[in-house]
Design a binder for this molecule. Structure first.
Ligand code: AKB
Length: 325
């Protein structure tokens, strides 16, 4: 039996939130998971449990919800991603940092049991190794999103060391899912390509064909998150954020696997500004520490992920009214 938890999720209508909220509700009970987002709820998160509109920049509103519902755990997912962040760097910095500090402060003062906060492979930049990028490689990012993730990781560690807050984090690679749109990231092509392949047998890719990036299928990402949060505290030595690896591939390799299912699928390549961001990131990640400390192991390879994505993309309509996160 899972411990009694009262969980609040920010950015619940986003790509991770949509699936994480469902998984948390299955695990802890529908009424135990309060989904929040700045926008109107999507059907997925509102029909199946409590939903509140919350701007996590509004510290008072956050405090109010936490105390009204006796929240014990927060999964803080609301964020501006890499590509959108470059369009408005100061807004991205402000949103990503201030919202995290609001969450850490409410967790500290209200004595919450745990906080989860997603970091990203975007913490790495040109000074980190491209292949099998280690846990403790240099983090000198080139995007404001990456800068906010490096700073956020340090704040998480600070709250753990200074106040004993049990805050845990994963450096997600590009996430691939069918329930909600990806929004504003550099790795979004690996989601959009499936919609376009199914509907038009054609995809115009904004990255070059040989751009290899670390990716992870959403069921693996959700399981990793739950497993990290469940792990005994003494197993968690990284209080910044854990490297996590799943599948590394190029647009050309992904297109080749899609062609096995949709033989007339065609792709062409025209790099835009996101190419530069992608080139600043590692192409594969060394996640030994997560494997050794809390038993992380991905289940999906590129073939299994593609088969599952195509199966669900055919059947489901992707909702378009989600916040990016
Ligand atoms: C992005 O592309 O910005 C995100 C990420 C890798 O964190 N998907």
């Amino acid at each position: 039996m899972a411990d009694k938890q009262m969980i609040l999720v920010t950015g619940a209508c986003g790509q991770i939130g949509t699936e994480l909220v469902s998984a948390l509700r299955v695990k802890y009970g529908t009424q135990q998971v309060i989904a929040t987002d700045i926008r109107d709820a999507t059907v997925d998160v509102s029909l199946h449990g409590p939903y509140y509109r919350l701007d996590v920049m509004d510290k008072d509103a956050l405090y109010k919800l936490v105390s009204q519902h006796q929240v014990t755990h927060i999964y803080h997912l609301a964020a501006v991603l890499s590509a959108t962040g470059e369009k408005s760097p100061l807004t991205a910095w402000d949103l990503n940092m201030r919202s995290l500090l609001n969450v850490l402060e409410v967790a500290r003062t209200e004595k919450l049991k745990q906080v989860f906060w997603p970091s990203s492979i975007a913490v790495f930049g040109a000074k980190a190794p491209k292949e099998s990028c280690p846990q403790y490689a240099l983090t000198v990012p080139s995007t404001v999103y990456g800068i906010s993730k490096v700073a956020g990781e340090q704040w998480c560690q600070y709250y753990h060391e200074q106040y004993g807050l049990d805050v845990r984090s994963i450096r997600y690679p590009g996430l691939i899912s069918y329930s909600a749109k990806a929004g504003g990231g550099t790795t979004d092509y690996a989601v959009d390509i499936f919609q376009q392949a199914v509907n038009n047998s054609y995809y115009h890719c904004y990255l070059l064909e040989n751009t290899r990036l670390p990716m992870l299928y959403m069921p693996d990402a959700v399981r990793a998150t739950l497993e990290l949060m469940d792990a005994p505290a003494e197993k968690i030595s990284v209080r910044t954020s854990y490297n996590l690896a799943g599948i590394s591939f190029t647009p050309q390799e992904l297109a080749a696997v899609i062609t096995d299912y949709i033989p007339d699928f065609r792709i062409d390549y025209q790099p835009d500004k996101r190419q530069q961001i992608a080139e600043s990131w590692p192409s594969s990640i060394d996640d030994r520490q997560a494997r050794e400390e809390w038993g992380w192991k991905p289940a999906f390879d590129i073939k299994a992920m593609t088969a599952d994505m195509l199966l669900h993309t055919e059947r489901e309509v992707i909702s378009t009214d989600c916040l990016e996160s």
